[in-house]
Design a protein around this ligand. Sequence first.
Ligand SMILES: Cc1cc2nc3c(=O)[nH]c(=O)nc-3n(C[C@H](O)[C@H](O)[C@H](O)COP(=O)(O)O)c2cc1C
Length: 159
Amino acid sequence: MRVLVAYASKHGGTLGLAEWLTDALRESGFEVTLSPARDVHEIADYEAVVVGGSLYVFRWHADARRFVKRHREALSAKRVWLFSSGPLDESARETEIAPVRFVRKAMTEIGARGHRTFGGRLLPGTSSALPVGDWRDRAEVEAWASEIANELAEVVHQG
Ligand SMILES: Cc1cc2nc3c(=O)[nH]c(=O)nc-3n(C[C@H](O)[C@H](O)[C@H](O)COP(=O)(O)O)c2cc1C
């Protein structure tokens, strides 16, 4: 089964999450394409799609929003998961963080299977007002990947 992982990242943090997710899904036997969301023009080849975007001032990265708008109709007919990143503290690890407004609406519109908010990363020099550090957790991403893999495996078995 072919899976697309499309990401929108300004400083590489979300790209890292998308890479971990891609590795984990490949380990589970899926054929995964990893691509910046803005470079994807056609999604007909994929049975499932995961879209991830970083959060900036309570908004999902514009490339992720545009991706969903551009492919809304095609996405409605596929198995889709969305993720966001990310809080610069332990909150994403400790609680389930609700999606921002656009993501919430998109989930309903395209009938997405699920959404996760992962912790973020801020590199030194990016912003003086926010805490510098890395709150991304590879094990959490891998656990989510296995949830996705399990759901997709059911589809494979159903034919
Ligand atoms: C100006 C600015 C605004 C941010 N706003 C939010 C926000 O609203 N919610 C959130 O969870 N994280 C917020 N963050 C943290 C980023 O989402 C986090 O650094 C993320 O990992 C960045 O991903 P990227 O490296 O893929 O761009 C903000 C960071 C900056 C620099």
